[in-house]
Design a protein around this ligand. Structure first.
Ligand code: NOJ
Ligand code: CA
Length: 669
């Protein structure tokens, strides 16, 4: 019996043996540090594969490439016409982000090919120190358009290992993580994070436009295939004869935190499409929101209506008094009676008890921004009809931020992550940019780094956020310790952290909302209070919410952290962590630093050197920590003030499900 992995010049992909003829059909790209090699190969039939080596060892075995399309041959018969290489080392600045200054250092190889059907393909490969990526740039020689019926890209892992992912569902990302051996994953969405031997990695995509999302579906043992979200008729995508796909990406690192500290996804996106970014402002916000999910308020007009003028004024005043720049209103516009039914919403007309013009004026005087919520319920056609005029109206009123939502089946039977919806999300981003409006998208398409190109695409949900704690068994601390290593690799998340009233379900008293699973007592926050504070730092969002009812923050000593926190970060680093176990993040905004640490169900002590602080500056460290009692009573916390410098080390003690937050404010010398 021949072991195909030992054959020289032959290799096994799924059940097909490719024979590589071919030095000249074999093109390699090496990462700048020489550790990672991405290799492209054509066999005698002109079929394409790629493979990846790390430190001289097989990491991804030869894996098929190409597409199936009715009108063109996008899979074989290719010959190489030209190969050229580029070395890139540049630095660019983001208007906002976890890091404002980003270095892009990589080697690129471009392989130009053609097949007998005169289909031309540029296969673009890049190798970075922190991973590799490739994409297809097709020119199908004049076919008016192509119907893509399948993507043939495969991912044949060389060895088994552990993986962390959500299932490969084309309709939602609001799913629990599974930790599974690679060999036991049937399907997964991306980012698909894994550890093989001592190496960490994550498969994702970058710069996804006008194309369906990609999931990984098991083919065989350690072999996965790209599966694209289909349109209702089964076609995956309609594309012009010239089209470029999203990048297929592999982040690779020696430590779990290397995945978080990588800018690979952003570096693969194009520079910004517009120059004036003065109107783009990272900020903190509160909102008429949590009460809606608890059932103490309603989206619709009535005795418990949340978005009334009076309640809005109260929120604007609270924001103005507490260094909070934005206030979100849900249930302010007409149509909520139709949610889950006709999904007819009017995005221009407020309910009679919400005086939009007055509030826009009032907020302006108070120096606070009004945020309007647009729930579409999945009724995209109607949203698109109102889009231009609605955004123009908001812009006239000085409204600069919209939270959109797609909670409901997409009208027309489309899957949430299919090409039609991806293109819709993009139309909204571009219309918003024209009107100088920032976006926070719920039930979004996954983040593939387009915020570099469209910096008004600030943040999005796209995972189980805080809302799940209001009406389900909620999110565990293991989930919270997995999020940074999977979902957050794509980009910022509007998790809406910071509930202080951890056992609110008991506090609901006799209100008539009993939790969606009928068990009111299972609804509570499964972390300590200190961890809720830490999540403001851990779960990065340039628009960061304090999501609890404002009365739960009023005069609460731990709320001082949010008052001091500045989400307009200049620099960020994950300094310690293991997937699903714990995480320590530090960020700098202007001269202050913020640390957020969190653990899973295990109580944990971490010795944290403060060498990230500026040398020779003394900081006041304000520490928000668990107490020995916090495991039994998660609302217990302590605040301690210390003077520290960069040569000090702090002991971070965290209770089970706990955490710690620290702000470091420089003291003038
Ligand atoms: C789901 C969103 O995630 C949540 O934030 C919003 O309040 C509801 N939909 C209602 O639109
Ligand atoms: Ca949601």
């Amino acid at each position: 019996m021949i072991n195909p992995r030992k054959l020289i010049g032959a290799f096994l992909v799924g059940t097909t043996v490719f024979v590589c003829s071919c030095e000249k059909n074999n093109v390699k790209t090496l990462s700048p540090d020489g550790r990672t090699r991405l290799q492209f190969c054509l066999n005698k039939s002109g079929e394409m594969t790629y493979s990846i080596e790390r430190d001289g060892n097989a990491f991804v075995l030869p894996s098929s490439l190409g597409f199936e399309a009715e009108q063109g041959n996008l899979k074989d018969g290719f010959v190489i016409r030209d190969v050229y290489k580029k070395v890139v080392d540049t630095t660019w600045i983001q208007p906002w982000g976890q890091n404002k200054t980003i270095r892009d250092i990589h080697n690129e190889t471009v392989v130009e090919m053609e097949n007998p059907q005169a289909v031309k393909l540029i296969f673009r490969m890049r190798a970075y120190n922190e991973g590799v990526a490739f994409r297809y740039e097709w020119d199908a020689n004049g076919s008016d358009s192509l119907k893509i019926s399948d993507e043939l890209t495969e991912f044949n892992f060389a060895n088994d290992g552990s993986s962390w992912s959500i299932p490969g569902d084309f309709n939602t990302y609001e799913l629990k993580y599974r930790k599974l051996p690679l060999s036991e994953v049937a399907d997964a969405n991306t980012p698909f994070t894994f550890k093989v031997g001592n190496t960490y990695g994550s498969v994702h995509e970058a710069a996804l436009y006008d194309f369906p999302e990609m999931c990984l579906y098991k083919k065989d043992s350690l072999s996965f295939k790209a599966e694209l979200a289909p349109l209702p008729n089964g076609v995956k995508a309609y594309v012009p004869s010239k089209f470029t796909t999203a990048w297929r990406t592999f982040q690779i690192g020696d430590k779990a935190v290397d995945l978080i500290n990588s800018d690979l996804i952003l570096n693969l996106n194009e520079p910004a499409k517009f120059d004036d970014m003065s109107w783009i402002k990272p900020q903190k916000y509160i909102g008429v929101w949590w009460g809606l999910h608890l059932g103490s308020h309603t989206w619709t007009m009535g005795p418990k209506h949340g978005a009334t003028t009076e309640n809005a004024v109260k929120h604007i005043d609270f924001a103005a008094a507490n260094n909070i720049q934005g206030v979100l209103f849900e249930g302010w516009n007409q149509g909520w009676e139709n949610w889950g039914k006709s999904q007819h919403f009017d995005y221009m007309t407020p309910y009679a008890d919400f005086d939009m013009d007055y509030l826009a004026d009032y907020a302006r005087q108070k120096g606070v921004d009004l945020w309007m919520h647009n729930e579409t319920g999945g009724n995209i056609p109607e949203y698109e009809v109102q889009l231009d005029s609605m955004m123009q109206k908001y812009a006239r009123l000085g409204i600069q931020t919209i939270k959109t939502g797609y909670a409901g089946g997409i009208k027309g039977g489309y899957l949430h992550h299919s090409q039609y919806v991806v293109s819709h999300y993009q139309r909204v981003v571009e219309t918003a940019a024209k009107n100088k409006i920032m976006l926070n998208v719920h039930e979004p398409i996954k983040d593939t780094g387009i915020r570099r190109t469209w910096p008004n695409m600030m943040t999005r949900e796209g995972a189980r956020g805080m809302e799940w704690n209001a009406w389900s068994e909620g999110n565990t601390s293991d989930y919270l310790c997995t999020l940074p290593f999977v979902r957050l690799l794509g980009g910022p998340m509007d998790y809406t952290p910071g509930i202080f009233d951890l056992d609110y379900s008991r506090a609901r008293g006799n209100n008539d909302f009993n939790g969606w699973n009928g068990d009111n007592n299972s609804c509570y926050i499964k972390t300590t209070l200190a961890r809720q504070v830490a999540n403001w730092v851990i779960i990065y969002s340039p628009l960061q919410m304090a999501s609890d009812l404002i009365e739960n923050y009023d005069s609460h000593p731990a709320f001082q952290f949010f008052i001091d926190y500045n989400p307009d970060c200049d620099w960020s680093k994950a300094v310690a962590g293991e997937i699903g176990d714990y995480i320590v993040m530090v960020r700098r905004s202007a001269d202050s630093f913020y640390l957020g640490a969190g653990t899973n169900t295990e109580a944990r002590t971490i010795l944290q050197p403060l060498d990230f602080l500026q040398p020779e500056i003394t900081y006041e460290a304000i520490i928000y920590a668990d107490t020995p009692n916090s495991e039994k009573n998660p609302k217990n916390y302590r605040i301690e003030n210390l003077r520290v410098t960069s040569v000090d080390t702090l002991t971070l003690q965290m209770a089970s499900n706990g955490g710690q937050a620290i702000s470091f404010i420089p003291l003038s010398n």
